[in-house]
Write a protein that binds this ligand. Sequence first.
Ligand code: MG
Length: 374
Amino acid sequence: MPDLTLVMLSAGSSSRFHHKAKKQWLRIGDIPLWLHSTNTLSQLHPFSKIIVTVSSEDLPYARKFSDSITFVEGGLSRQDSLKNALLHVSTPYVLISDCARPCVDEAMLKRILDASPQAHCVVPFLNVVDTVAYEDATIDRAHVKLIQTPQCSSTALLKQALQTDVEYTDESSAIKALGGTVDYVLGNAHAKKLTCKEDIPLIPCLKAPCVTPMIGYGFDVHAYEEGKPMRLGGVEVHPTIGFRAHSDGDVVIHALIDALLGAAGAGDIGEFFPDTDARYKDIDSQILLREVCTFLERVGFEIRHCDITIMAEFPKLGHMKDAIRFALSKTLGLGAHHVNVKATTTEKLGFVGRKEGVAVSATATLNYLDWKNV
Ligand code: MG
């Protein structure tokens, strides 16, 4: 079937998964679940266009993974996200799936696409083998279908069917409500949707996350400025000589944030906290670091180790290194032995040697969350 757009819905809040990491960001090997599911389908059919819906908070990071996917901001519900995606669909048919349904195989997709010209919506289903009761009555299970995705719909009819306040849980329900035709083809029990942790063993196609650690590097400099306290790693190390900066100028935390984001392939501190944004004026950088930690957890990482080198002629920091280390380990939620802080001078050379400011370099090591054992 030519002229077909793929829409992958990946903007959900993952609330039923009950973990700090969203299920769509669990790593399958080395890539997130949403990309794994998208690649699986895109390798089975030459789609004209591939659209992935992502929540606004995850959109900038998702965009780092592909320049050939069209990323669309999701809405509050599955249906809102789908409506946003459909604004970018111009092909006559659209295949819509959930990113958490990763094990759709070639035969199942072929059954769906082969049937598509004959109905406004083609839906894969599973028969029910157990006895089915509805309220107090046992009903004939031959009339019961368990509906799966992906579903292939007429784009024009689906757009029309979704012009309503009624919330549908899938496309076939919306199209049926408008009087469109729906065709059912056999699905696949392996193409189960990952909803809660108990589903993990039931989805056998998912590879465990890659265990190779990722290392990031960060560097930052700030010039001294009188009349404010100096904070390094969240610890006040001087009461009246601080740093010129939009935030509190905690150069240790800024370098560390860049190291953490570097390891995650997530860009830099300026992309997360622009220095033109009034919200970050004079902000305590520990708040920014906590926000980065929350982001990393949400997108499937664990922080393993950080190593920091502070280059300063002033103030002398030898006696403060441990205080900075313990403070950072608490903010990061890491064992104190996994945060290392070193202090050095630059032998009176350069801007650090001339006592114009402080430079910091940092490395951070991350792992993917071992979600098979959460
Ligand atoms: Mg900075």
